[in-house]
Design a binder for this molecule. Sequence first.
Ligand SMILES: [Zn+2]
Length: 351
Amino acid sequence: MCHLLGITPAPNNGTWSTVSDMLVNWNSPNGDANGAMDLNGIILTNLGVHCENHGFVGNYMYDIKHKEKFLIWRNKPTIYNTYWWEDAEPVWITAMKQGKRAYMYRWCGCEVMIEGRNATYCKKYVSLPPISELGTDIDDAIRELKSNNADLVALYAEMSDFVGHSYGPNSKEIENVIVGFDKQFQHLMTSLATEGLADDVNVIIVSDHGMAEVSPSRVINLTTDINMNDVDEILDSGSVVNIWPKQGKVDKVYQDLKRMKHPHLQVFKKQEIPERWHLKRHYRTPPIFLVADVGWYIATHPSLIHFKVNFGVRPFANVHVYQLMCHLLGIKPAPNNGTWSTVSSMLTSIY
Ligand SMILES: [Zn+2]
Protein backbone atom coordinates (compact mmCIF):
# COMPACT_ATOMS: atom_id res chain seq x y z
CA MET A 1 0.00 0.00 0.00
CA CYS A 2 2.81 2.39 0.86
CA HIS A 3 4.42 1.72 -2.50
CA LEU A 4 1.18 2.51 -4.32
CA LEU A 5 0.76 5.68 -2.25
CA GLY A 6 4.33 6.75 -2.89
CA ILE A 7 5.16 7.00 0.81
CA THR A 8 7.90 5.53 2.97
CA PRO A 9 6.57 2.63 5.04
CA ALA A 10 6.83 2.63 8.84
CA PRO A 11 8.91 -0.28 10.27
CA ASN A 12 7.02 -3.46 9.40
CA ASN A 13 7.30 -7.24 8.95
CA GLY A 14 6.48 -7.30 5.26
CA THR A 15 8.95 -8.32 2.57
CA TRP A 16 8.96 -6.25 -0.58
CA SER A 17 10.02 -9.15 -2.77
CA THR A 18 6.87 -11.01 -1.67
CA VAL A 19 4.58 -8.37 -3.10
CA SER A 20 6.67 -6.80 -5.81
CA ASP A 21 5.35 -9.36 -8.25
CA MET A 22 2.10 -9.96 -6.37
CA LEU A 23 0.10 -7.95 -8.83
CA VAL A 24 0.18 -10.99 -11.04
CA ASN A 25 0.44 -13.64 -8.33
CA TRP A 26 -1.55 -14.25 -5.17
CA ASN A 27 -2.13 -13.11 -1.63
CA SER A 28 -3.86 -14.77 1.31
CA PRO A 29 -5.80 -13.63 4.35
CA ASN A 30 -3.92 -13.10 7.59
CA GLY A 31 -3.85 -15.19 10.72
CA ASP A 32 -3.24 -18.68 9.40
CA ALA A 33 -3.29 -19.87 12.99
CA ASN A 34 -6.49 -18.26 13.89
CA GLY A 35 -9.75 -18.15 12.03
CA ALA A 36 -11.37 -16.04 14.71
CA MET A 37 -9.28 -12.94 14.58
CA ASP A 38 -11.45 -10.45 12.76
CA LEU A 39 -9.56 -7.50 14.13
CA ASN A 40 -6.23 -9.12 13.46
CA GLY A 41 -7.11 -9.57 9.82
CA ILE A 42 -8.66 -6.15 9.37
CA ILE A 43 -6.02 -4.21 11.20
CA LEU A 44 -2.94 -6.22 10.28
CA THR A 45 -3.50 -5.46 6.63
CA ASN A 46 -3.06 -1.82 7.48
CA LEU A 47 -0.08 -2.25 9.78
CA GLY A 48 2.28 -4.52 7.89
CA VAL A 49 3.46 -6.21 11.08
CA HIS A 50 2.69 -9.53 12.73
CA CYS A 51 0.32 -9.70 15.68
CA GLU A 52 3.10 -10.24 18.22
CA ASN A 53 4.32 -6.79 17.13
CA HIS A 54 1.07 -4.86 16.75
CA GLY A 55 -0.50 -6.40 19.84
CA PHE A 56 -3.95 -7.27 18.52
CA VAL A 57 -3.55 -10.86 19.57
CA GLY A 58 -7.28 -11.61 19.43
CA ASN A 59 -10.75 -10.13 19.28
CA TYR A 60 -11.02 -10.57 23.03
CA MET A 61 -7.89 -9.61 24.91
CA TYR A 62 -6.77 -9.05 28.45
CA ASP A 63 -4.07 -6.46 29.00
CA ILE A 64 -2.24 -7.48 32.11
CA LYS A 65 -0.29 -4.21 32.34
CA HIS A 66 -3.37 -2.03 32.29
CA LYS A 67 -5.73 -4.57 33.87
CA GLU A 68 -8.27 -3.94 31.11
CA LYS A 69 -10.15 -6.12 28.65
CA PHE A 70 -10.66 -5.49 24.96
CA LEU A 71 -13.95 -7.05 23.89
CA ILE A 72 -14.35 -6.39 20.19
CA TRP A 73 -16.44 -3.23 19.99
CA ARG A 74 -18.43 -4.19 23.06
CA ASN A 75 -16.72 -2.30 25.85
CA LYS A 76 -16.47 1.20 24.57
CA PRO A 77 -14.86 3.55 25.48
CA THR A 78 -12.09 1.33 26.93
CA ILE A 79 -11.18 0.03 23.48
CA TYR A 80 -10.26 3.56 22.41
CA ASN A 81 -7.48 3.77 24.96
CA THR A 82 -4.44 4.47 22.87
CA TYR A 83 -2.28 1.71 24.37
CA TRP A 84 -4.29 -0.89 22.44
CA TRP A 85 -3.51 0.82 19.15
CA GLU A 86 -0.07 2.32 19.25
CA ASP A 87 2.30 -0.64 19.09
CA ALA A 88 2.35 -0.26 15.31
CA GLU A 89 1.48 2.50 12.89
CA PRO A 90 -1.56 2.07 10.58
CA VAL A 91 -1.01 2.95 6.96
CA TRP A 92 -3.43 5.89 7.11
CA ILE A 93 -1.32 7.47 9.88
CA THR A 94 1.91 6.79 7.92
CA ALA A 95 0.26 8.38 4.88
CA MET A 96 -0.90 11.45 6.77
CA LYS A 97 2.51 11.97 8.36
CA GLN A 98 3.84 12.18 4.81
CA GLY A 99 1.30 14.73 3.62
CA LYS A 100 -1.33 12.38 2.16
CA ARG A 101 -5.06 12.53 2.93
CA ALA A 102 -6.87 9.42 4.15
CA TYR A 103 -10.63 8.86 3.88
CA MET A 104 -11.81 5.90 5.91
CA TYR A 105 -15.30 4.43 5.71
CA ARG A 106 -16.43 2.16 8.55
CA TRP A 107 -12.81 1.08 8.93
CA CYS A 108 -12.13 -0.27 12.42
CA GLY A 109 -9.83 2.03 14.33
CA CYS A 110 -10.10 5.12 12.13
CA GLU A 111 -11.94 6.87 14.95
CA VAL A 112 -9.02 6.30 17.31
CA MET A 113 -6.42 9.03 17.73
CA ILE A 114 -3.09 7.37 16.98
CA GLU A 115 0.20 9.17 17.45
CA GLY A 116 -1.86 12.29 18.05
CA ARG A 117 -3.58 12.08 14.66
CA ASN A 118 -6.96 11.11 13.27
CA ALA A 119 -7.73 10.16 9.68
CA THR A 120 -8.58 13.09 7.40
CA TYR A 121 -12.11 11.69 7.32
CA CYS A 122 -13.50 8.82 9.36
CA LYS A 123 -17.01 7.45 8.94
CA LYS A 124 -17.05 5.48 12.16
CA TYR A 125 -17.46 1.75 12.34
CA VAL A 126 -20.96 0.67 13.31
CA SER A 127 -22.17 -2.86 13.59
CA LEU A 128 -23.67 -4.35 10.47
CA PRO A 129 -24.64 -1.59 8.07
CA PRO A 130 -26.70 -2.99 5.17
CA ILE A 131 -24.79 -3.94 2.02
CA SER A 132 -26.44 -1.05 0.21
CA GLU A 133 -24.51 1.32 2.46
CA LEU A 134 -21.29 0.09 0.87
CA GLY A 135 -22.70 1.49 -2.38
CA THR A 136 -23.25 4.88 -0.72
CA ASP A 137 -19.72 4.81 0.70
CA ILE A 138 -18.30 3.90 -2.71
CA ASP A 139 -20.12 6.87 -4.27
CA ASP A 140 -18.82 9.22 -1.54
CA ALA A 141 -15.28 7.87 -1.87
CA ILE A 142 -15.28 8.24 -5.65
CA ARG A 143 -16.51 11.83 -5.28
CA GLU A 144 -13.57 12.58 -2.95
CA LEU A 145 -11.10 10.91 -5.31
CA LYS A 146 -12.54 12.76 -8.29
CA SER A 147 -12.29 16.07 -6.41
CA ASN A 148 -8.68 15.23 -5.61
CA ASN A 149 -9.38 15.39 -1.87
CA ALA A 150 -8.26 11.86 -1.05
CA ASP A 151 -5.01 9.97 -1.64
CA LEU A 152 -6.06 6.86 0.24
CA VAL A 153 -9.58 5.49 0.64
CA ALA A 154 -10.48 2.45 2.75
CA LEU A 155 -13.92 0.86 2.92
CA TYR A 156 -14.97 -1.87 5.30
CA ALA A 157 -18.09 -4.03 4.96
CA GLU A 158 -18.98 -6.47 7.70
CA MET A 159 -22.05 -8.32 6.53
CA SER A 160 -20.24 -11.34 5.05
CA ASP A 161 -18.40 -11.89 8.34
CA PHE A 162 -21.60 -11.73 10.39
CA VAL A 163 -23.65 -13.92 8.08
CA GLY A 164 -20.79 -16.41 7.73
CA HIS A 165 -20.50 -16.69 11.51
CA SER A 166 -24.27 -16.98 11.90
CA TYR A 167 -25.19 -19.36 9.10
CA GLY A 168 -21.94 -21.02 8.06
CA PRO A 169 -19.63 -20.65 5.09
CA ASN A 170 -21.65 -22.95 2.84
CA SER A 171 -25.07 -21.48 3.55
CA LYS A 172 -27.57 -19.97 1.14
CA GLU A 173 -27.49 -16.85 3.32
CA ILE A 174 -23.76 -16.27 2.78
CA GLU A 175 -24.18 -16.93 -0.91
CA ASN A 176 -26.76 -14.13 -1.07
CA VAL A 177 -24.40 -11.77 0.74
CA ILE A 178 -21.56 -12.60 -1.64
CA VAL A 179 -23.83 -11.91 -4.62
CA GLY A 180 -24.72 -8.57 -2.97
CA PHE A 181 -21.05 -7.67 -2.51
CA ASP A 182 -20.21 -8.72 -6.06
CA LYS A 183 -22.77 -6.19 -7.28
CA GLN A 184 -21.14 -3.49 -5.15
CA PHE A 185 -17.66 -4.36 -6.46
CA GLN A 186 -19.04 -4.18 -9.96
CA HIS A 187 -20.54 -0.78 -9.09
CA LEU A 188 -17.10 0.32 -7.81
CA MET A 189 -15.25 -0.69 -10.95
CA THR A 190 -17.95 0.70 -13.27
CA SER A 191 -18.03 4.01 -11.37
CA LEU A 192 -14.24 4.34 -11.49
CA ALA A 193 -14.38 3.84 -15.24
CA THR A 194 -17.30 6.22 -15.72
CA GLU A 195 -15.56 8.93 -13.70
CA GLY A 196 -12.35 8.51 -15.68
CA LEU A 197 -10.46 7.20 -12.64
CA ALA A 198 -9.83 3.64 -13.79
CA ASP A 199 -6.21 4.34 -14.72
CA ASP A 200 -5.52 6.49 -11.64
CA VAL A 201 -6.88 4.41 -8.78
CA ASN A 202 -5.35 1.13 -7.64
CA VAL A 203 -7.87 -1.19 -5.97
CA ILE A 204 -6.85 -3.73 -3.31
CA ILE A 205 -9.48 -6.11 -1.94
CA VAL A 206 -8.59 -8.10 1.19
CA SER A 207 -10.40 -10.50 3.49
CA ASP A 208 -9.78 -11.04 7.17
CA HIS A 209 -10.21 -14.73 7.97
CA GLY A 210 -11.58 -17.97 6.65
CA MET A 211 -14.40 -20.03 8.10
CA ALA A 212 -15.29 -23.68 8.55
CA GLU A 213 -18.61 -25.27 9.44
CA VAL A 214 -19.05 -26.45 13.01
CA SER A 215 -21.52 -28.91 14.43
CA PRO A 216 -23.13 -29.71 17.79
CA SER A 217 -21.31 -33.05 17.56
CA ARG A 218 -17.89 -31.35 17.31
CA VAL A 219 -17.75 -29.32 20.52
CA ILE A 220 -14.89 -29.35 23.04
CA ASN A 221 -16.32 -28.52 26.44
CA LEU A 222 -13.69 -26.92 28.63
CA THR A 223 -15.83 -26.24 31.64
CA THR A 224 -15.95 -29.84 32.80
CA ASP A 225 -12.18 -30.34 32.63
CA ILE A 226 -10.69 -27.24 34.21
CA ASN A 227 -11.56 -25.65 37.49
CA MET A 228 -12.79 -22.14 36.74
CA ASN A 229 -11.62 -21.11 40.21
CA ASP A 230 -8.05 -21.54 38.90
CA VAL A 231 -8.67 -19.03 36.14
CA ASP A 232 -8.62 -15.23 36.17
CA GLU A 233 -9.81 -14.72 32.61
CA ILE A 234 -10.95 -17.04 29.86
CA LEU A 235 -11.75 -15.15 26.68
CA ASP A 236 -13.19 -16.01 23.32
CA SER A 237 -14.65 -19.33 22.25
CA GLY A 238 -14.82 -21.19 18.98
CA SER A 239 -11.64 -22.00 17.11
CA VAL A 240 -9.31 -20.39 19.68
CA VAL A 241 -9.47 -19.62 23.38
CA ASN A 242 -7.20 -17.48 25.56
CA ILE A 243 -6.69 -18.37 29.22
CA TRP A 244 -5.11 -16.31 32.01
CA PRO A 245 -4.79 -18.66 35.01
CA LYS A 246 -4.59 -17.23 38.52
CA GLN A 247 -1.14 -16.57 39.89
CA GLY A 248 0.73 -19.85 40.39
CA LYS A 249 -1.92 -21.86 38.52
CA VAL A 250 -0.52 -21.89 34.98
CA ASP A 251 0.97 -25.38 35.32
CA LYS A 252 -2.15 -26.78 36.98
CA VAL A 253 -4.54 -25.45 34.33
CA TYR A 254 -2.15 -26.57 31.59
CA GLN A 255 -1.93 -30.10 33.05
CA ASP A 256 -5.72 -30.26 33.46
CA LEU A 257 -6.13 -29.36 29.80
CA LYS A 258 -3.46 -31.82 28.68
CA ARG A 259 -5.14 -34.53 30.73
CA MET A 260 -8.25 -34.12 28.58
CA LYS A 261 -6.21 -35.61 25.71
CA HIS A 262 -8.86 -34.26 23.40
CA PRO A 263 -7.86 -35.45 19.92
CA HIS A 264 -9.03 -32.20 18.30
CA LEU A 265 -7.62 -29.68 20.76
CA GLN A 266 -4.11 -28.23 20.83
CA VAL A 267 -2.96 -26.77 24.15
CA PHE A 268 -0.02 -24.36 24.19
CA LYS A 269 1.79 -22.54 26.91
CA LYS A 270 2.70 -19.13 25.56
CA GLN A 271 6.31 -20.13 24.91
CA GLU A 272 5.18 -23.24 23.00
CA ILE A 273 3.11 -21.34 20.42
CA PRO A 274 4.60 -22.10 16.99
CA GLU A 275 6.97 -19.43 15.68
CA ARG A 276 5.23 -19.30 12.33
CA TRP A 277 2.08 -17.88 13.93
CA HIS A 278 4.03 -14.78 15.05
CA LEU A 279 1.90 -14.58 18.15
CA LYS A 280 3.87 -15.53 21.22
CA ARG A 281 6.06 -12.52 21.83
CA HIS A 282 3.52 -9.88 22.78
CA TYR A 283 2.79 -9.29 26.46
CA ARG A 284 -0.95 -9.56 25.73
CA THR A 285 -0.60 -13.11 24.40
CA PRO A 286 -2.18 -15.29 27.10
CA PRO A 287 -0.18 -17.73 29.26
CA ILE A 288 -2.27 -20.57 27.77
CA PHE A 289 -3.58 -20.61 24.20
CA LEU A 290 -5.95 -23.22 22.81
CA VAL A 291 -6.58 -24.04 19.17
CA ALA A 292 -9.26 -26.41 17.88
CA ASP A 293 -8.94 -28.47 14.75
CA VAL A 294 -10.77 -27.10 11.75
CA GLY A 295 -14.51 -27.70 12.17
CA TRP A 296 -14.33 -28.04 15.97
CA TYR A 297 -15.68 -25.55 18.50
CA ILE A 298 -14.19 -24.84 21.93
CA ALA A 299 -16.98 -23.98 24.37
CA THR A 300 -16.12 -21.95 27.44
CA HIS A 301 -19.56 -21.52 28.95
CA PRO A 302 -21.58 -24.10 30.85
CA SER A 303 -23.93 -24.64 27.96
CA LEU A 304 -24.73 -23.32 24.55
CA ILE A 305 -28.48 -23.29 24.46
CA HIS A 306 -30.65 -22.74 21.47
CA PHE A 307 -34.14 -23.48 20.26
CA LYS A 308 -34.89 -26.81 18.67
CA VAL A 309 -35.32 -26.49 14.93
CA ASN A 310 -38.80 -26.99 13.44
CA PHE A 311 -40.20 -27.75 16.87
CA GLY A 312 -43.64 -26.56 17.96
CA VAL A 313 -45.33 -26.47 21.35
CA ARG A 314 -48.91 -25.91 22.45
CA PRO A 315 -49.81 -22.26 23.15
CA PHE A 316 -48.86 -21.10 26.65
CA ALA A 317 -49.32 -17.98 28.76
CA ASN A 318 -46.73 -15.22 28.51
CA VAL A 319 -46.03 -15.55 32.20
CA HIS A 320 -43.73 -18.48 31.33
CA VAL A 321 -41.63 -16.47 28.85
CA TYR A 322 -39.72 -14.73 31.65
CA GLN A 323 -38.06 -17.97 32.77
CA LEU A 324 -37.17 -18.79 29.20
CA MET A 325 -35.50 -15.41 28.70
CA CYS A 326 -33.53 -15.72 31.95
CA HIS A 327 -32.32 -19.16 30.95
CA LEU A 328 -31.19 -18.01 27.50
CA LEU A 329 -29.42 -15.06 29.08
CA GLY A 330 -27.69 -17.28 31.62
CA ILE A 331 -29.09 -15.28 34.53
CA LYS A 332 -30.88 -16.33 37.70
CA PRO A 333 -34.60 -15.48 37.56
CA ALA A 334 -36.19 -13.42 40.31
CA PRO A 335 -39.18 -15.09 42.01
CA ASN A 336 -41.90 -15.51 39.36
CA ASN A 337 -45.05 -17.43 38.48
CA GLY A 338 -43.72 -19.23 35.42
CA THR A 339 -43.28 -22.99 35.20
CA TRP A 340 -39.96 -24.20 33.80
CA SER A 341 -41.34 -27.45 32.40
CA THR A 342 -43.73 -25.44 30.20
CA VAL A 343 -40.85 -24.00 28.16
CA SER A 344 -37.85 -26.29 28.71
CA SER A 345 -38.88 -28.73 25.98
CA MET A 346 -38.31 -25.99 23.37
CA LEU A 347 -34.60 -25.86 24.06
CA THR A 348 -31.67 -27.98 23.26
CA SER A 349 -28.16 -27.84 24.58
CA ILE A 350 -25.30 -28.70 22.28
CA TYR A 351 -23.73 -30.85 24.98
ZN1 LIG B 1 -15.27 -12.93 11.84
